[in-house]
Design a protein around this ligand. Structure first.
Ligand SMILES: [Zn+2]
Length: 690
């Protein structure tokens, strides 16, 4: 008993001590700040008054008892305030250079540690996985606060809010932009235990989602019939959705399969799914009546869990318990993020840098577009039946290519028997894509091609002395067409990464506003892959079909994004909610958004399918990125079509670096981010096909 009691007392004492310490520190920091303000203004002149006041406020906001007492605070400020332009310039340049070095080398270590996991280099041993998951930069921010480099920045450079970026940013100099990005490095100081909690919630959510399989052979109808083949195990929701898409080609059983999957999804969202059927091939389940029986047929050698009783007791709202945990963990970071004190604000104001209200308007503009019923009518006539709710995943617009897959594979494998052959051909490919011979050589010299273990990815550099890596898959007999198509996409990322790091005027501004931009640029180049092979590009009709496919996908995912957003607002408004309450609220939200934007088109109310997205559960308000990505893609593409100069425009756009999405897009195309280009392209395509 003694150690426990002792521990208990100590924890009480520490809490009391910490409280009085904190209390007295912040009170005396106020007094110190007033004193320092007077001293520094006297020393550097009235012109520095505003900078001094702001710097003192920013430092005091993040200063903790362990950083030192009031005397240490005073000592720190008077030593580190850069009161004249020459010192400030030196400080800025040094930080810019050294942070590039820190980020660049950390990234280099990370790349080396991941090499065995990422590249096709033989077996991955258990310790390789530890190397791969190690993050050498994990403690850097903590270190920079404890050695006070973070406070040097906070004392001398302004923290900006999204509002500042949007209203003042357009008139800033490039140096002012770079200063704001420098301060942004240190805009939050989240305690290690809060970050750990976030990582745990994310890992738990990931685990829950990654095991959520449905064994399709064990879905039975009232007559005990099975419509899916044995062993088919589909992960919710991606594989289930892709099965719905594939089933359009199954003229015999497609419709029955699609309706069955829709019913399964409904059960998942409402959590009326029997808990025992999740990832379990040992029970048969009729998703319409919800009846569960021991499996009458066996299609898996997985041992049955003796502890799983064959009952249709519903999954106990686990889906929403997991989501709620990600909210609770996120909320703990709120007090340490003064410029964006909710996860919602951090997502929109910091990660996306587009205000939530505008994202909402952009989504509503697509969802309520008069084009929606016109496209719906076209789908209906192509299907020859009235629409059903699962047709939000209609994929019948995708054109069948003019070339047989084997034909394409033959062309590609002959050209690229090895990864080196592709590497050598990069300058040639870039010239065909419209880059000047000099730029093509320059970019190619900054790309290293590696053989990927998976399908391929691009890994940019974080400092100018490093190069971008293109990871591509080359089979034994040479590259196949699918691999080539992906390689052109990844090469697009590498081109963007090279320009936006090496040609941008400040490395603090390296990169693009967010991932949607680099994806848009990569997909644009990928879309020209047949041309660079010397084959004919898609004709006008298949181009029009592709546009309608993207439009319909944006309409679908836009609704899911609205559900995601509304669910997070609901959680913030009900911080003490239970998982069943969150379940009921989410189901209600999904129905309302469906009833508003989809029911008039589909002729059916109260559908909950918009709540099925797995990333809504494990990705902390990520879904809006998808529809915004489609919109950005169309804006970039339309602009390229208009100017007809892909190489030159690509370089001009990406040299702008990481400003706000709107500023980047205005610079690139003359207009802020929005759905107009997508809607205009859909309108043109429709008039060609109707
Ligand atoms: Zn990509």
């Amino acid at each position: 008993m003694r150690p426990l009691l002792f521990g208990f007392l100590v924890s009480i004492l520490c809490a009391a001590f910490a409280f009085s310490q904190e209390h007295s520190t912040s009170a005396s920091l106020n007094a110190s700040s007033e004193k320092l303000q007077k001293e520094l203004v006297a020393k550097y002149g009235d012109g520095q008054r505003e900078r001094i006041g702001r710097g003192l406020r920013q430092v005091a906001e993040f200063w903790r008892p362990e950083d030192g007492d009031a005397a240490a605070f005073e000592q720190f400020v008077s030593t580190n305030f850069a009161g004249d332009q020459a010192t400030l310039d030196t400080m800025f340049n040094r930080f810019e250079n050294l942070l590039e070095q820190a980020d660049g080398h950390m990234h280099e270590i990370n790349r080396a540690f991941r090499q065995q996991a990422d590249l096709d280099l033989g077996p991955i041993l258990p310790f390789d996985e530890i190397f791969a998951s190690y993050d050498p930069a994990a403690h850097m921010l903590d270190d920079f606060f404890s050695n006070k480099l973070a406070f040097v920045v906070l004392l001398n450079f302004p923290l900006a809010t999204l509002d500042d970026y949007l209203t003042l940013g357009p008139n800033w100099t490039r140096r002012q932009w770079a200063e704001a990005r420098l301060a942004e490095y240190f805009s939050k100081r989240i305690p290690a235990e809060v970050n750990l909690g976030l990582a745990q919630a994310a890992a738990e959510a990931d685990e829950y989602i990654s095991q959520y399989n449905i064994w399709m052979y064990h879905l039975v109808d009232a007559q005990g019939r099975r419509v899916f083949p044995p062993k088919l195990r589909l992960l919710s929701h991606w594989n289930l959705r892709d099965e719905i898409k594939a089933d359009y080609a199954d003229k015999e059983n497609g419709l029955v399969k699609q309706r069955t999957i829709q019913q399964v999804m409904d059960r998942i969202v409402t959590q009326t799914i029997p808990g025992v059927v999740v990832d379990n091939p040992h029970v048969d389940w009729n998703p319409f009546t919800n009846e569960v029986k021991a499996a009458a047929e066996k299609d898996s050698d997985n041992p049955a869990h003796a502890s799983d009783p064959v009952t249709n007791a519903a999954e106990p709202s686990t889906r929403y318990k997991v989501l709620l945990k990600t909210y609770q963990a996120s909320k703990k970071a709120d007090p340490y993020s003064p410029t964006a004190p909710t996860l919602i604000e951090r997502r929109f104001n910091e990660d996306r840098e587009i205000p939530e209200k505008r994202v909402q308007q952009m989504l509503v503009q697509v969802l309520s577009s008069p084009l929606v019923p016109r496209v719906a009518k076209l789908i209906q006539s192509r299907l020859g039946r009235p629409l059903e709710p699962f047709d939000i995943w209609y994929d019948g617009f995708l054109p069948r290519g003019a070339y047989a897959p084997s034909e394409l594979d033959a062309v590609v494998s002959k050209r690229y028997p090895t990864a080196e052959a592709y590497q050598k051909d990069i300058p040639n490919l870039l010239v065909k894509l419209g880059f000047s011979p000099e730029k093509a050589q320059y970019v190619a010299a900054n790309i290293i091609v590696d053989p990927a273990r998976g399908s391929g990815h691009a890994m940019g550099a974080e400092m100018r002395t490093e190069r971008a890596h293109l990871r591509t898959r080359v089979e034994k007999g040479g590259m196949n067409y699918k691999g080539f198509n992906i390689a052109v996409h990844e090469m697009g990322h590498n081109v963007e990464q090279t320009f936006s790091l090496n040609e941008v005027d400040h490395t603090l501004l390296r990169g693009v506003p967010n991932t949607a931009f680099t994806e848009a640029l990569a997909m644009m180049l990928q879309g020209h892959d047949l041309e660079v092979l010397g084959l004919s590009s898609p004709d006008e009709k298949s181009e029009a079909l592709r546009v309608l496919n993207d439009f319909w996908a944006t309409y679908e995912i836009g609704g899911a994004a609205l559900v995601d957003m509304a669910a997070w607002h609901w959680m913030y408004a009900h911080p003490d909610a239970t998982a069943p309450q969150l379940r009921d609220a989410t189901v209600q939200i999904a129905k309302e958004i469906w009833n508003h934007y989809y029911a008039p088109v589909f002729g059916k109310k109260d559908v909950v399918l918009l709540g099925i997205y797995s990333h809504m559960i494990d990705s902390f308000l990520y879904l809006p990125d998808y529809p915004i990505g489609h919109m950005i893609g169309f804006q970039v593409e339309e602009h390229m079509k208009k100017t007809g100069n892909i190489g030159g425009e690509f370089e001009r756009m990406t040299k702008e670096g990481r400003v706000t999405p709107d500023m980047w897009m205005i610079h690139a195309t003359g207009k802020p981010v929005g759905p107009d280009a997508l809607l205009a392209a859909a309108e043109r395509s429709l008039s060609k096909l109707e």
